[in-house]
Design a protein around this ligand. Sequence first.
Ligand SMILES: Cc1cc2nc3c(=O)[nH]c(=O)nc-3n(C[C@H](O)[C@H](O)[C@H](O)COP(=O)(O)O)c2cc1C
Length: 194
Amino acid sequence: MEAIRVGYAFCGSFCTYDRAMAALEQVRARFEDVVPIVSETSAATDTRFGNAHDFLREMERICGRRVVDTIAKAEPIGPQGLLDVLVICPCTGNTLAKLACGITDTAVTMAAKAHLRNGRPLVIAVSTNDALAGSAKNIGALLDKKNVYFVPFRQDDPVRKPTSVVADFGQVTQTIEAALAGKQLQPLLLGPAG
Ligand SMILES: Cc1cc2nc3c(=O)[nH]c(=O)nc-3n(C[C@H](O)[C@H](O)[C@H](O)COP(=O)(O)O)c2cc1C
């Protein structure tokens, strides 16, 4: 395994947690040092998709370390250069908007700000129902931002959710590897799921 330090941040797209957790397992199998990070919403919200406490314990089990769940715990990522790459998977429309506008009021946006100041890659796995509506301008702004890469994504249900887009969680590890080499994994825009 490579001695690359990976941050893996969950935001509150709860319906994708099973896929994001499977992707975390794959990332952990590839990279020895993986730091779990959660937004405050992720840490505090129980939903029909599961209990927040159980999700946090599962992340800690996979990574073998405690979650970073506050701005104060995320802040040293910058000055101490703690990560080589940071992944936000899943990334909500809310966090996309904050990243695009420079708002830093969660553990995840603090981790991203701290990490980007070091000129290192940030990988985003988007999951939001308004990706082709309200969030489109934020995705566009981030696509154009230095050191920001996207996990390839597709419309997940064009008929019933015409503005919804979800990353292909099976490509998270490959996107990290490409980002570490300064490249965007292609194709970025995927067709309908087979
Ligand atoms: C059950 C449930 C599912 C949600 N799924 C999504 C989602 O897939 N994508 C999204 O952008 N927001 C989703 N949200 C809304 C976010 O959790 C909400 O915008 C929150 O403020 C996100 O905070 P964060 O980005 O700091 O994690 C969902 C909320 C709930 C309660």
